[in-house]
Design a protein around this ligand. Structure first.
Ligand code: NAD
Length: 419
C-alpha cells in the first residue's frame, strides 16, 4: 500500500490496482516496467547570482515511458520538488497521454527552488542552465517539456532559445506552452478548463441528465478553475460557488464568472466580490451541488471530507485532488468522478496540437483547435464508458487506467523486446 503522502507509491498502487482488472494478465516484468521510470536525470545547476555569488540548484528530469512516443510533461519550479514527486508526475503523464490516445509517452522535470526568491535575470540563467543539461535528452522526437507549477511561456521561450542556439537549428516542437509569437497554439490557455467541462457534460449525458440544469461549485480560481466556471456558465449551468486561497463565495442565483475574474484581477482574490455570502473551502467542497470541480491543489478532499461531499459528479481539473482513500469512499457512495487524467487532459492535448503545428509550420484557427479537442475528449470518455461497462469496473478512474495501461502494454509488446 502507498502512504497517502508519497506520490510515487500512490502511482504504483494505482497501477497495481488497475492492472488487476485488465482482461488478460500482464507479465510481472512488464508490470515492473509500467511502474518505474526508464531513466531519471539528476543535475546540479551552479549559477551566477546578481550579487556576484554562486548558487547550486538540484534539478530532475524523469523519462518514465516512451513506448507510445516522445516523453511529454512539464517542468515545475517549487521548493517541494523531490525525485519521487518528479517520478510520479512523469508516470501520470504516460497514462494521461494514453487515455486520450495522443502519441506521447510521459516525462516530468523540476528544479528545487522558490522562484519568488530570485530575480528575473537569475531565473533566466537558472532556466538556461537546466536547458543545457536537458539538451542531450530533449528534442521534438525525444522528449518535449512544457510548463507546470511556477513556469510558463517565459521559461518555455528561454528553454527553446537555449536548445535551438546550442543545436544551431530551428525546432519549435522541442517544447510546448510557448507564447503565440514563439510558436504557441491558439486555445492552449483555455484547454484545461475546456476538457474539464466537456468531460462533465458527457458524464451528465451518461447519467441521463443535462449539464445546463446543473449547479456548479469550483474550488480554485486560477487558469483551470476560472475557465471551467466560464465555460460551464456558457453551457447554461449555474455557478453557485467559487473560491481561491483567500476563501469562497456563494450565490444561489449564480455568478457571472467573467465579473468574478475581473474582480480577482483587480483585487488579487475572489473574497469580497459583490454581496455574495462567504464560505470556507471545506463548506464549498461539501455544498449540495450537481457538479463539483476541484481546480486548486492535490489532496483537497480526504476520506473524512469525502463522506460529506454532496455533489453527484466531480470533474477533476486539478491533478490528484482526491486522496486514494477519498476516492474509495466516493466510489462506494456512487459519486461519479471524472479522473484528472481525462478531465484535465485538454492541456496536454492542445500541447500535442502545438507540437503538430510546429512540425508542419502551419498554424490552426482557435475554432479548429477547439473542434479537435472536443472530438478527442468525447471519444476518450466513450472509451471509458465502454471499458467500465464491458469489464464491470468500479469507477471511471479504474476504467481510465485500464484503458491507458492496455494501450501502453500493446505498444510495448507489439514492438518486441530488443536488445
Ligand atoms: P493556478 O496557479 O492558476 O490556480 C490555482 C488556484 O487555486 C488559485 O486561484 C489559488 O488561489 C487557488 N488555491 C490555492 N490553494 C487553495 C485552497 N487551499 N483552496 C482554494 N483555492 C486554492 O493553477 P492552475 O494552472 O489553474 O492549476 C490548478 C490545478 O490544475 C493544478 O492541480 C494543476 O496541476 C492542474 N492542471 C492545470 C493545467 C493547466 O493547463 N493550467 C493542466 C493540467 C492540470
Amino acid at each position: 500500500m502507498g502512504s497517502d503522502d508519497n506520490p510515487f507509491e500512490n502511482l504504483q498502487e494505482q497501477i497495481d490496482d488497475a492492472a488487476s482488472y485488465l482482461p488478460s494478465d500482464v507479465n510481472d516484468d512488464v508490470l515492473t516496467r509500467l511502474k518505474n521510470p526508464e531513466r531519471v536525470l539528476e543535475a546540479n545547476l551552479t549559477v551566477d547570482m546578481d550579487d556576484g555569488s554562486l548558487e547550486t540548484f538540484r534539478a530532475y528530469r524523469s523519462q518514465f515511458n516512451g513506448d507510445r512516443g516522445p516523453y511529454k510533461g512539464g517542468i515545475r519550479y517549487h521548493p517541494g520538488v523531490t525525485r519521487d514527486e518528479v517520478k510520479a508526475l512523469s508516470g501520470w503523464m504516460v497514462y494521461k497521454c494514453a487515455v486520450v490516445d495522443i502519441p506521447f509517452g510521459g516525462g516530468k522535470g523540476g528544479i528545487v527552488i522558490d522562484p519568488d526568491d530570485y530575480s528575473a535575470d537569475e531565473l533566466e540563467r537558472i532556466t538556461r542552465s537546466f536547458a543545457k543539461e536537458l539538451r542531450p535528452l530533449i528534442g521534438e522526437d525525444r522528449d518535449v517539456p512544457a510548463p507546470d507549477v511556477n513556469t510558463g511561456q517565459r521559461e518555455m521561450n528561454w528553454i527553446k532559445n537555449t536548445y535551438e542556439t546550442l543545436e544551431n537549428k530551428t525546432e519549435p516542437g522541442v517544447i510546448t506552452g510557448k507564447a503565440l509569437e514563439n510558436g504557441g497554439s491558439k486555445g492552449r490557455v483555455e484547454a484545461t478548463g475546456r476538457s474539464t467541462v466537456i468531460a462533465a457534460r458527457e458524464a451528465f449525458n451518461y447519467l441521463g441528465e443535462d449539464i445546463s440544469d446543473a449547479t456548479v461549485a469550483v474550488q480554485g480560481y486560477g487558469n483551470a478553475g476560472w475557465i471551467t466556471a466560464k465555460l460551464a456558465d456558457e453551457l447554461g449551468a449555474t455557478v453557485v460557488a467559487v473560491s481561491d486561497s483567500s476563501g469562497g463565495l456563494y450565490d444561489a442565483d449564480g455568478f457571472d464568472p467573467k465579473a468574478v475574474k475581473e474582480f480577482k484581477n483587480e483585487t488579487g482574490s475572489v473574497s469580497g466580490y459583490g454581496d455574495a455570502e462567504s464560505l470556507t473551502n471545506e463548506e464549498l467542497l461539501t455544498l449540495d451541488v450537481d457538479l463539483l470541480v476541484p481546480a486548486a491543489l492535490e489532496n483537497a478532499i480526504d476520506a473524512d471530507l469525502a463522506q460529506d461531499v454532496k455533489a453527484d459528479v466531480i470533474s477533476e481539473a486539478a491533478n490528484g485532488p482526491l486522496t486514494p482513500d477519498a476516492d474509495d469512499v466516493l466510489a462506494e457512495r456512487d459519486v461519479t468522478v471524472i479522473p484528472d487524467i481525462l478531465a484535465n487532459a485538454g492541456g496536454v492535448t492542445v500541447s500535442y496540437f502545438e507540437w503538430v503545428q510546429n512540425r508542419q509550420r502551419f498554424y490552426w484557427s482557435e475554432e479548429r483547435v477547439n473542434e479537435e479537442l472536443e472530438e478527442i475528449i468525447v471519444d476518450s470518455f466513450d472509451d471509458l464508458v465502454d471499458a467500465k461497462e464491458e469489464l464491470d469496473l468500479p469507477s471511471f478512474r479504474v476504467a481510465a487506467y485500464v484503458v491507458a495501461i492496455q494501450r501502453v502494454v500493446d505498444a510495448y509488446t507489439g514492438s518486441g523486446n530488443w536488445p
